[in-house]
Design a protein around this ligand. Sequence first.
Ligand SMILES: Cc1cc2nc3c(=O)[nH]c(=O)nc-3n(C[C@H](O)[C@H](O)[C@H](O)COP(=O)(O)O)c2cc1C
Length: 349
Amino acid sequence: MSRDIVGILEDPKITKICAPMVRYSKLQFRALVRRYDCEICFTPMILADSFVQSSKARDNEFTTNSEDGPLIVQFAANKPQDFVQAAEMVAPYSNGVDLNCGCPQRWAMKEGYGANLLSKPQLIKDLIYQVRNRIPNPFTVSVKIRILKDIKKVVQLCQTIENAGASFITVHARTPEMRNEPIDLESLKILRDSVKIPMIANGGVKSLEDAELLYQESRCNGVMAAGGILTNPALFSGHSNTPLSCVQDWLDITSSMSTNFLTFHHHLVFMLEKVLPKKEKKVFNVLQDKDSVLTFLEDYYGLRPKETNSSCEKIDFVFQSAANKRCSKSETLNNDGLSNLFLENLFVS
Ligand SMILES: Cc1cc2nc3c(=O)[nH]c(=O)nc-3n(C[C@H](O)[C@H](O)[C@H](O)COP(=O)(O)O)c2cc1C
């Protein structure tokens, strides 16, 4: 698979993309969805300033390996210097950086991150422009926005983003006030027609049919899924619910890459939401340790992880912190560090 993101997006066919998801779109989950026709993955949103300042934050927030591409690293930033430095740090290990301009959470709005930036086009321009000037193509610099009630403002914003040198724009076609209601397709189409750079459509995709319809109706270059792909990581390959092969893949991936229990279990809870009967779900969703989960899956489905000699070295982690440390299980592989605790539950409604 080519890692030229713009090239992939410009290919005249639907590009299938896994959304940035705090706590969830981590390396293990990215490896899973890539097995089911997902072409481009985003990391969870990472705070650029702590990423730049702290090697602990870097080790907690960003892990990757040589199979993990094409990959976009998403940052929350409000200072060009932080965004540029963070982008330079991840550039050797990824294919682009993305600026979060959509997070509607109160803390983010208060700190001047996420959707707060939608009213600061000059700052967004600066953030994009400076990264673009420092890191050449084909490394991408992109922006993920939400829409506003005043669509003219968003049209101007998209044009500002394009003129600043952005490679593409992702539009979550809901306003910051909207939760799970249907997306505003008409506004999305207006935005699509307002710029020449590739655009990714996001919102409400729960199946391959939804993705194809959104692709056709919006005339965007790609379609991104978040909630839908958490519930069914095989969504883009046409499965209407999580197939058991996907649960098996999750067991294999997480047994070959050391994975903390919460990540391991939460994903299974999502994946089995529409698959397990209600009574079994009540039992499964409150299991407290990995052995109980494995026993449940073996008893109920006859599934168990394939035998592997899992070790950190085998997974070929390539990102190293500024201190140039080798990956060690206690550091790099513990993905629920300080910043994740801070961000915990922010997006889950
Ligand atoms: C659990 C969860 C975590 C999310 N984290 C992020 C994030 O880190 N960055 C971001 O831009 N959007 C984040 N979002 C928003 C999604 O990327 C996406 O824009 C939104 O959920 C709409 O897509 P959907 O209707 O397919 O869920 C998150 C959404 C969910 C459900």
